[in-house]
Design a binder for this molecule. Structure first.
Ligand SMILES: Nc1ncnc2c1ncn2[C@@H]1O[C@H](COP(=O)(O)OP(=O)(O)OP(=O)(O)O)[C@@H](O)[C@H]1O
Length: 229
């Protein structure tokens, strides 16, 4: 279901502080961000500025935020953890720097599992998983376990998994950060191509300006504030 609006995610005046002993760090100091459906947004900023924290806000992965966090028009702040989980399952996909694939499952199973959990019929899940992995050049690797795949291949499986349930928004935290530059370029280009083909929006945290420039929009986090361009 979608709310008819073109905005898939919206943050208004989002703040987050962390306190460790006597020290409080204001990591997000009033972040505003609107992501349109199908839009690819690069999130840049030096290490430790709060890119992961911002993705956690969008992914409804942590508490402790103030401000408004809307996903597909729904204000999430007052929802309970089960409702957050449901929104994550229905609308969001995640890719991390390290793939977090299940080691005892093969590539195809890693992509079909989230679909089965979401209630897809097994044949449907296998068909979609095979199509996604094939689009990423892994048609010959469906039955390989993660340990038998290269780093780039593992990240491709993680990308396919993130898209398995047709999310409206994919949140990617340094998705190619542990790959060499050449492989990172290829995997990120494939990721962007697939995301565009699926009409999914994405926010991609990265240190890589060059790759960021290939996306629709760049936002930068600096001193807890987000700026455009
Ligand atoms: N759970 C936590 N408890 C205390 N401090 C935290 C916590 N999570 C993050 N921080 C602090 O918040 C700041 C932002 O961290 P975050 O991981 O969001 O940055 P980042 O921009 O993603 O960094 P990197 O590019 O290195 O991954 C850091 O100073 C970090 O130490």
């Amino acid at each position: 279901m979608n709310n008819g609006s073109n905005i898939i995610a919206s943050l208004v005046d989002v703040r987050r502080s962390f306190t460790q002993g006597d020290v409080t760090i204001d990591v997000l100091r009033g972040v505003n961000l609107q992501i349109r459906a199908g839009e690819l947004v690069a999130l840049l900023g030096p290490s430790g500025t709060g890119k992961s924290t911002l993705l956690q806000a969008l992914g409804l992965l942590e508490g402790g935020f103030t401000g408004s966090i809307k996903i597909d028009g729904v204000e999430t702040r007052d929802l309970n953890p089960d409702e957050h989980t449901e929104i994550r399952r229905e609308k969001l996909g995640f890719v991390y720097q390290f793939h977090h694939l299940l080691p005892d499952f093969n590539a195809l199973e890693n992509v079909t599992l989230p679909q089965l959990i979401a209630g897809a019929a097994p044949e449907e899940a296998v068909e979609r998983g095979t199509a996604l992995l094939s689009a990423l050049g892994l048609s010959e690797r469906l039955e390989h376990r993660p340990s038998k795949l290269s780093g780039g291949e593992q990240q491709r499986v993680a990308v396919a998994r993130a898209l398995a349930n047709k999310p409206r928004l994919v949140l990617a935290d340094e998705p190619t950060g542990n790959l060499d530059e050449h492989t990172a370029d290829i995997v990120l280009s494939e990721f962007m191509g697939l995301v565009r083909e699926q009409g999914t929006a994405a926010v991609v945290a990265t240190h890589n300006e060059r790759l960021a420039r290939k996306m629709d929009r760049i936002v930068r986090l600096h001193d807890g504030i987000l700026t455009e361009g």
